[in-house]
Write a protein that binds this ligand. Structure first.
Ligand code: COA
Length: 330
């Protein structure tokens, strides 16, 4: 059977580091509050770079590690919540940045589940034989749409900017993506959103809309938390069942890095030992939306926590709501 596997990963975060102490100077918050509630110590923010700047660096590293050039890519899948332009999307822009005009590219806006949804599209493309070499890029610049006043503190402290890219290829071996399960539920759209520009308004952008704060990310943290800690374990169980894999066979779980308290609650509910089986690097990057899983996988690989043959589970939950999980044999 033809399967899709991840051949290489690249990542890039902008060099500017914003610590919790730095945030204390902008709003009424404290390093202690942020660490206790989220596990985050610092995050990276852009300082003039745009979404495709980060994406390009991550993509170049992934291509180099795969021993490929951009010309070898048959299809780009681009995941972001903040393209360089509101329209067109970042996928076509990446053909320009990579110097491969004419290459098909699709944009996905699935928030923190963008990597999972991107994997599911790549899996379908590769297993069907439609394409061989897929470049899945996740690149997120959230800092430009956060409210760094005290009014926005519950949300602004959580997010960071960053990008990752993976090259997916076909294989006839047993390795690769064994299962993917994805879900969405629009009933909770307003619990985590960036309201404008919106077709609910005509014209869809104005000073009045910006004055209302509709150009910034808003969140109902408690609702997100409550749903995340139930949906994560459920979907991981579904993905394991779909792959016919037992929990005891899993070498590493790489969840979307939303919040260390969410990750801890998920580990508890799945009866997994957090420090042995569940990967976390949120202290360094905060929540980098769809880039967080591949950034975490990149670091887990570099640390020797993922090796050839290992069963790895990746899982996400985020705005939409959207959630998903995949079982991958490395
Ligand atoms: N610094 C200091 N105090 C803050 C703060 C900050 N950055 N943000 C909120 N507070 C305050 C609140 O105003 C509130 O004050 P009050 O009691 O005087 O009203 C107090 O802290 C407690 O707020 P509460 O909302 O009850 O905190 P919480 O324990 O629910 O934690 C979150 C807030 C956002 C950390 C938590 O809800 C969460 O992690 N949610 C999920 C968020 C997430 O992961 N989103 C991305 C998903 S992809």
């Amino acid at each position: 059977m033809r399967r899709a596997y991840i051949d290489s990963i690249g990542m890039y975060v902008p060099p500017k580091i914003v610590t919790n102490k730095d945030l204390e100077a902008m709003m009424d918050t404290s390093d202690e509050w942020i660490r206790e509630r989220s596990g985050i110590h610092e995050r990276h923010h852009v300082d003039g770079e745009c979404t495709t700047d980060l994406a390009l660096k991550a993509a170049e590293e992934a291509l180099e590690k795969a021993g490929m050039t951009a010309e070898d890519i048959d299809h780009i899948i681009f995941s972001t919540m903040a393209s360089d332009y509101f329209a067109p999307g970042g996928g076509p822009m990446m053909t320009r940045r990579l110097g491969i005009p004419g290459t098909p590219a699709v944009d996905i806006r699935m928030a923190c589940s963008g990597f999972l949804y991107g994997l599911s599209i790549a899996k379908a493309f590769i297993e069907s034989g439609a394409y061989d070499n897929i470049l899945l890029i996740t690149s997120e610049v959230q800092s430009v749409a956060l409210d760094f006043s005290t009014a926005g503190r519950d949300t602004a402290v959580l997010f960071g900017d960053g990008a990752a890219a993976v090259v997916l290829k076909p294989t006839d071996e047993q390795r690769g993506i064994q299962s993917i399960v994805t879900h969405s539920d629009g009933r909770y759209a307003e619990d985590l959103m960036l309201r404008s520009p919106s077709t609910l308004d005509n014209p869809f952008q104005s000073h009045e809309i910006l004055d209302k704060g509709h150009g910034k990310v808003t969140m109902n943290g408690r609702s997100v938390f409550k749903h995340a800690i139930t949906k994560f374990p459920q979907v991981i169980k579904e993905a394991l069942e779909a792959a016919g894999v037992e929990k005891s066979e899993v070498k590493l779980v790489v969840p979307h890095q939303a919040n260390l308290r969410i990750t801890e609650a998920v580990a508890n509910r799945l009866d997994l030992e957090l420090h042995k089986v569940v990967y976390s690097n949120i202290h360094k990057y905060g929540n980098t939306t769809s880039a967080s899983i591949p950034i975490a996988m990149y670091e887990a690989l570099a640390e020797g926590r993922i090796n050839r043959g290992d069963i790895v589970v990746v899982a996400s939950f985020g705005a939409g709501f959207t959630w998903g999980a995949s079982v991958i044999q490395w």
